[in-house]
Write a protein that binds this ligand. Structure first.
Ligand code: 6PG
Length: 509
């Protein structure tokens, strides 16, 4: 490949591991590609790793941009946040109208929304694309979630389909929807990733503390599970971790690693957005909280001393507990995916993403971090019915849940009784039990809100909102709560609502 300007079909900004590997993957598929990084070391690495391939690294942004065929297609793979904006500011004066800029990092979807508008005003095509699969995925086939400028994606489609992971011959990349749909879907992917990782970590805790297994036996359990219905990338790497000794020692590297989990933030974003959209995803929320809790090491040590002894062994036959644990993991894994899919459905409605959940499940079956055998079941559920309101309603998922909830219940009950922390497991079961409750006790919350704040409530079988002067009733009964309790509601009744005096009080009780 000569250095003649406009020789290269594609450019990459950011030659970290992911950027370099994606470029090498493209080069393997016959695309001539250029990379740009301010760091000499990264550019040199690309040169070494790309020897004999149509790939070239640049340290000069102008030369880099000029080396790419017009209309240019350039991807950024740089850390999310302000760096993306500064790269865009550096690049835009060098680009020409009609060029395509792609953000392949883990940007927050609201940033992607904003950048798309800003760049459209400059006649530049822009789309955000989630890329999952880590180093190996980038090099040999990631799962990719592009969204936004559909016209620009069409131009890039052959390249991305060539480099994506394949499942049954189908590429793990598809257009997700308008706006920041691609980055939104990737964010939820990561939320599910957090949930599954926390479940595996809690499983490790049960196997180690609850069953007293040594590392070799724990590794065997994960290996065996990974050969059956629980097969997944995350279990696959977990079994490898249980076979990896610290260099030069005869013990696992895992045993030397601090029990404090870090996070770059995509899990937290998923929980934040889910709260905004009022889509319950408690297992993912718990996973985010548990990474945070793990960081309070000193406090944990203090509390362990104060409230010890720590958790004990689980009672019962080991084989039986292992069988329950397998069911508990399967059940809770289903709940994690179900929560993520439900959040996607809510977001699709709210943000008009027009997401096709079957397609999302389809491209998550290969290349990405949450790929698993169960994604086939999710794909089948939504392929049959994209309007399916919740994964748990699917006729084929139902027996899987019913067949595993018993084991989950027994295992969680035993763990809770013995003081073993299984918060993600517990949240998955709580989510299921609450969702299958036709009448929740939430009517009491409405009554309380109306009592102390005149926030009104709705009645069964009656249109409108209602307010009751609850303190009037209190005056007639013995109050153990002291003088404060007899005060009027904190806020006046909402104008336009029906007052309790329109209805006999006892009709509401
Ligand atoms: C992927 C991963 C990746 C993520 C890392 C680290 O799909 O390849 O989700 O995008 O950045 O897993 O995430 P945390 O630092 O938040 O754990």
């Amino acid at each position: 490949m000569s250095d003649t300007p406009m020789d290269y079909a594609f450019g990459m900004i950011g030659l970290g591991t992911m950027g370099r590997n994606l470029l090498l993957n493209m080069a393997d598929h016959g695309f001539a590609v250029a990379g740009y990084d301010k760091n000499q070391k990264q550019v040199d690495l690309l040169g070494q790793e790309g020897q004999g391939k149509p790939v070239k690294g640049f340290m000069d942004s102008k030369e880099f941009v000029q080396s790419i065929k017009m209309p240019r297609a350039i991807m950024m793979l740089v850390p999310a946040g302000a760096i993306v904006d500064s790269v865009i500011a550096e690049m835009t004066p060098l680009l020409s109208p009609g060029d395509i800029l792609i953000d392949g990092g883990n940007s927050h979807f609201t940033d992607t929304e904003r950048r798309a508008k800003e760049l459209a005003a400059k006649n530049l095509h822009f789309f955000g694309m989630g890329v999952s699969g880590g180093e190996e995925g980038a090099r040999f086939g990631p799962s990719m979630m592009p969204g936004g400028d559909a016209e620009a994606y069409k131009v890039m489609q052959p390249v991305f389909e060539a480099i994506a992971a394949k499942v049954d011959g189908a590429p793990c990349v598809a257009y997700m929807g308008p706006g920041a749909a691609g980055h939104f879907v990737k964010m939820v992917h990561n939320g599910i990733e957090y949930g599954l990782m926390e479940l595996i970590a809690e499983t490790y805790g049960v196997l180690k503390t609850g069953l007293g297994l040594d590392n070799a036996a724990i590794g065997q359990v994960f290996t065996q599970w990974n050969e059956g219905r629980l097969q997944s990338f995350l279990l696959d790497i977990t079994k490898d971790i249980f076979a990896f000794n610290a260099p030069g020692t005869d013990h696992l590297l895992l045993d030397d690693i601090k029990d404090e989990a870090r996070a770059k933030g995509t899990g937290k974003w998923t929980s934040q957005v889910a709260m905004d959209l009022q889509a319950p995803i408690p297992t993912i929320d718990t996973a985010v909280s548990m990474r945070d809790l793990s960081k309070y090491k000193e406090l944990r040590v203090q509390l362990a001393a104060q409230y010890g002894p720590e958790a004990g062994q689980l009672p019962g036959n080991k084989e039986e507990v292992l069988r329950q644990l397998e069911q508990a993991f399967y059940f809770s894994m289903i709940m994690s995916y179900a929560q993520g899919m439900h959040l996607l459905a809510k977001a699709s409605e709210e943000y008009k993403y027009d997401l096709h959940l079957a397609t999302i499940a389809k491209i998550w079956r290969g290349g990405c971090i949450i790929r698993s055998a169960f994604l086939n079941d999710i794909f089948n559920a939504f392929e049959g019915n994209n309007q399916l309101a919740h994964l748990l309603l699917d006729g084929k998922v139902q027996p899987l849940v019913q067949g595993s909830v018993g084991g989950a219940r027994s295992l969680i009950a035993a763990a809770v009784t013995s003081g073993l922390a299984v918060p993600a497991y517990t949240s998955a079961l709580g989510y299921f039990d609450a969702f299958r409750t036709a009448r929740l006790p939430s009517n009491l919350i409405q009554a309380q809100r109306d009592y102390f704040g005149a926030h009104t409530y709705e009645l069964i079988g009656k249109e409108g909102v209602f307010h009751t002067q609850w303190t009037g009733l209190r005056d007639k009964v013995e109050s153990p709560a002291g003088p404060q309790a007899n005060q009027a509601p904190a806020t006046p009744p909402v104008p336009g609502t029906k007052q309790s005096n329109e209805e006999p009080l006892n009709k509401h009780l």
